[in-house]
Design a binder for this molecule. Sequence first.
Ligand SMILES: [Zn+2]
Ligand SMILES: [Zn+2]
Length: 295
Amino acid sequence: MKLLERKHMDKKHVHVCTNRYKPIYNKKVNLMLVDYHVHSNISEDGENSMLELVEAAIIRGFSEICITDHYEGDDKSYKFFHHYDAEKYFIDIQKNRQLYGTRIAIKAGIEVGYSPRVTGDKLAKMLELPYDFVIGSVHEHDGIDYHTTDITTFDENEFFGTYYAKIEKMVAEYNFDCVGHFDLLHRYYANFGIKIDKSKYEELAVHALKVIIEAGKGLEINTSGLRQRLGDTMPSLDIMKMYRALGGEIVTIGSDAHYARDVGAGIANAVDVAKAAGFRYLTVVSGRAPSFVRM
Ligand SMILES: [Zn+2]
Ligand SMILES: [Zn+2]
């Protein structure tokens, strides 16, 4: 069944089947295009259905997409509570695999936010579900979601110190595969027009990288900062070089798209960053088992 001929399909989806998603052909690297960090509207901040994301990825020539909706615990009293419906998630995954599984590999993923509301045991229970890939991310500072606060009102040193400490605690407590958007704080400071002197926190970053590597976890190169004021990947090339020099091997790439229009955005740039840092392989994951694809 051709994508553009799905006339019998639900009309509300027909608008997606146009050419407004321009294909991304990365001739330079001749890589199979993958996006390992995408949010559907199962995430409260996700705009589009899983079907719309999958169709955007197919039209853009991607061979794999991993849908990684937010899980931040189930405490409804938390001010920034994100509901996560695992049942609906896997129903959507099944439907999309039935419809498009021959066109694109659709991986089941989850982005777990490190928080007191998600204990290691709670996460273990969640991960009895058949996820292929788990991102572990730090999104909050002492119960305050970075996204919804004026980050400049906090002490910068304390903010960075707490951030890296949380990354290390997350590595110790959670069963996950890759750290999401390492150095996310730079994106939030940039949104307030502040460029952070990275050298001030290099020691902390290197320590966290060592902890990640020793635990056998990976890093993703997240491209959402390229679409924002930061204008860079997270982490940036200098951190990826350090990660490589310290012995890091596992690298995934993800757009962190919350809209279908952003699926695959910046992936070619992320590949360039990985290569410039000295990596020759990207990681793809099935059933939590990594395999390595030559770039
Ligand atoms: Zn995140
Ligand atoms: Zn995300």
